[in-house]
Design a protein around this ligand. Structure first.
Ligand code: TYD
Ligand code: MG
Length: 456
């Protein structure tokens, strides 16, 4: 008789334990263990052979003799997607598109499905065929070779896919899939792992590129794409602030290319639009001379982007001043305020400070520091900073302006967009030829220099 085996799994990282534990020893998150039924393992155990009774011989190949195929790729019309995938969709690859609910994952993949000249099987466990049709109509897209299947049983899905032999398979979403061989509910760790492994086998053996959508929540509480990262070939994260229209498709893992690339989209009423030239969109077109904003020349992935940092500094009415940062690390903001207070004697301690990155983007490049402190001082002193100046520099604890990577690329972007002046760290200036650029390059060494140079 089949023995039912149960185990506890961490919904965050998929670690397994025989008993319930409060804190996961592998990813250190709390309260993530759930009990799940794992299938009757006795059959698998019988098949499992030890090293000496294995009759089948498996031969290793000499690396030198393996034919190196030039990885064939399907190039899509979507340049941003081609870029993040490292030049197009690789045959037989398994690509996970992860993101928070409602960010636009289904829209992105339906758009790919309907814009590419290929036979597509779009499997949806979340929406009905009519809903998908409505969305496709809204995007004014149609591909006569795009087929919709609403099904959650992985065996049936793969049987259909096998018969149909599509060029691309899309599964929306992995959390809805269920395997008849696993007892636990769809979305549980063992179901997700089993179904993804099946899809992986299918993609590899038939050489059909497969996209799977995975939801993550803010807290990552649903059995999440994290544990799939090991199985799939490519992990793309679709992110952005739902209140803004910009979306970034970021490569977190890519077995066929670099992970430095990002794709930028704008969510329109009729689908996602590629943004080939992000700088021009991210700068607010406000020509008024308002204080509290400064422009940074940053690099996201491999692409230079000019982003506006906006700050509001007001006298605090409560004992403890408020600090709030959107698109920027709040701890880093506190650090910069402490640096300004200590090195320049500015009274930020009694001020409420609000910081915002225009466009709702999350910026992790430290080169934005210099524009953040400029925006802060500008708002505090109520002095306008010329919109034709941009900044690129990291601020250290002692108030020094540190050098940043790829400075030439940043200067080039500022030059291309017609900026008059760019401020960079003194330590970045070596080897930079001012004659090559129209933009004037000014160097600074300490935060105090800002006060004497810009706010004089
Ligand atoms: P969706 O792709 O369903 O998100 P996900 O699959 O990641 O959960 O789309 C989410 C949002 O996008 C939805 O709230 C509406 C918006 N949207 C547009 O603004 N324009 C469009 O053309 C479409 C199709 C969706
Ligand atoms: Mg969806």
């Amino acid at each position: 008789m089949a023995k039912i085996k149960k185990a506890f799994f961490c919904s965050e990282c998929g670690a397994q334990s025989a008993k319930w534990i409060g804190k996961c020893p592998s990813c250190e998150s709390w309260n993530t263990y759930n009990e799940e039924i794992i299938s009757n393992e006795t059959k698998q155990e019988k098949q499992r052979s030890s090293w000496d009774n294995n009759k089948e011989k498996v031969l290793p190949l000499n690396l030198a003799e393996i034919k190196s195929e030039n990885t064939a790729r399907i190039t899509t019309h979507d340049q941003e997607l081609n870029r993040v995938l490292g030049g197009g969709i690789v045959y037989g690859s398994l690509v996970l598109v992860a993101g928070q609910p409602g960010i636009g994952k289904s829209t992105l993949l339906l758009q790919i499905a309907t814009s590419i000249k290929a036979k597509i099987l779009y499997v949806s466990g979340e929406e009905s065929a009519e809903q998908i049709k409505m969305r496709a109509d809204r995007m004014k897209m149609n591909n006569n070779d795009c087929f919709i299947l609403t099904e959650i049983n992985i065996s049936k899905i793969l049987q259909t896919a096998e018969k149909m032999n599509p060029d691309i398979l899309i599964v929306d979403s992995v959390q809805t899939l269920s395997s008849p061989f696993i007892e636990s509910a769809p979305g549980s760790v063992s179901q997700i792992r089993e179904c993804t492994a099946e899809l992986q086998k299918f993609a590899k053996s038939r050489q059909i590129p497969t996209f799977i959508i995975g939801h993550i929540t803010k807290e990552g509480s649903i059995a999440g794409p994290k544990l799939l990262e090991h199985i799939v070939d490519v992990v793309l994260q679709f992110e952005g602030d739902r209140n803004y229209t910009y979306r970034i498709l970021r490569t977190l893992k890519n077995r066929f290319g670099s992970t430095d690339e990002i794709g930028i989209y704008e969510m329109m009423s009729n689908g996602l639009r590629e943004v080939a030239n992000p700088s021009e969109l991210l700068l607010s077109q406000n020509e008024e001379r308002l204080s509290g904003s400064a422009i940074a020349s940053t690099i996201e992935g491999l692409r230079p982007m000019l982003i506006e940092a906006q700050a509001l500094v007001t006298a605090s009415v409560y004992g403890t001043p408020q600090r709030s940062a959107t698109g920027y690390d709040a701890k880093r903001l506190n650090m910069l305020l402490a640096v300004l207070e200590k090195r320049c004697g500015l009274p930020f301690g009694q001020m409420d400070v609000f910081l915002n990155m225009a466009g709702g983007l999350r910026v992790s490049d430290p080169s934005i520091d210099l524009s953040v402190i400029t925006a802060l001082i500008s708002s505090l002193e109520n002095i306008y900073v010329n919109k034709h100046i941009c900044f690129a520099g990291e601020v250290g604890l002692s108030g020094e302006i540190r050098s940043v990577s790829r400075i030439e690329q940043r200067i080039q972007e500022a030059d291309r967009l017609g900026f008059e002046t760019i401020y960079i760290s003194k330590f970045n200036a070596k080897g930079i030829d001012q004659k090559k650029y129209n933009v004037e390059i000014k160097t600074i060494a300490k935060v105090d220099d800002l006060l004497s140079d810009i706010f004089a």
